[in-house]
Design a protein around this ligand. Sequence first.
Ligand code: PMP
Length: 439
Amino acid sequence: SIRQYAARTPKSKEAYALAREYLAGGETRSIAYHRPYPLTVRRAEGCRLYDVDGNEYVDFLGNYTSLIHGHAHPEITKRIVEAVSVGTACPAGIEDQVELGRILCERVPGIERIRFCNSGTEATMFAVRAARAFKRRDGIIKMEGGYHGTADFAEFSIAPPVDPKVKRTVFEPVPESFGIPVNAGRDLFIAPFNDLDEVENILKKHHPEIAGIIVEPVLGALGVIPPAPGYLEGLRRLADTYDVLLIFDEVQTLRVHYGGAQSKYGVTPDLTAVAKIIGGGLPVGGIGGKAEVMSVFDPLKKEHLSQSGTFNGNRATMAAGIASMELLDRGAIDRLERLSERLEAGMVKAIADNAIPATVTRVGSLLNLHFTAEKPHDYQSVLNPHFDKLPLYHLEMLRRGYFLAVRGTWALSTVMSEKEIDGAVAAFGEVMEEMRPLF
Ligand code: PMP
């Protein structure tokens, strides 16, 4: 199948070889690399991508879930052009920044005040820093398998090596690679996702040194793992009992409901990190929270937390973000939900028809395939014996014109219709049939 992929993409192969002459590793996003070489995309429109060989793909990844309205949406593009024609960024207030802030404060229960930055990485980094500043403590509880971007604190225990045969009970912060200072994990406490007992054990022992708990309400990068009933409520209760802050990383999950996952599950955090869809396709991040907590950033206070960035709140991003959030009204969210249900049902049927030990996890417009019959609930349960078959599945879908994440994630966009969903289900069925002998 690598052979079949290569036969369709000779120009991407050449482009990647050329890229390696100038870009370290041939690309500036490690996650975009896959064997034998990634595609080079020439243009994109709506939910379609076109590579340099002229192949067409339906884009079910949407730049890692950020393009909820697809590529080059006419309304968003128009607003960006209008914005940049009166200047791009300036170190003073602009009205659009306030307008995007107002929209997010009105939609997301845990956001009473917000500040902007340029990536989800910065958003979680500053949310954690705000919690530390507010509580005057350094400890942070993070979930194993949780992804919060690439700041030093976040690069621990995302995908630690584990022996799947041995059930672990001790969770040490494990740096993701060399280059991450081990000391950056000194104030981290790691708990498995969906395990309230472990969080309580940590808090019982260490709460006087802990500022907050950071969690994705739905573990995204790990493969769209939903919270067990009562889990998020339990974290809220523990945070209150032990006087620490609850931080939701909604960088990926804001899209699952009009007011984010916190609205869907009815649990309001003290701080919320957002990014991706709030920038309408341009680089963005936001740190939101309760007014009292967010007051740590107030320059009118003698002692405050400084947060700057040359392109924070820039005109192009703010305009694109406003357009993106306006387009994502309740009707659009409902439509995404229905399309997503249809995709899930089609995938589940294809899995059953071929008797493959696989399952689909889904929350809103995010789905993930797992090669395990039981739905995973945390990091260890995602690592199944057929985990290494995901890259083949990815290449087989790509070869049929469906662009997904290598790890199996699908993210729908509002510019899709039942036609794209049904086409994807048919291709998925073919791939399951082809892979059946491997199980
Ligand atoms: N947190 C979560 C949950 C994410 O999914 C991501 C990006 N995939 C980030 C943080 C980091 O965002 P960015 O890539 O914009 O830095």
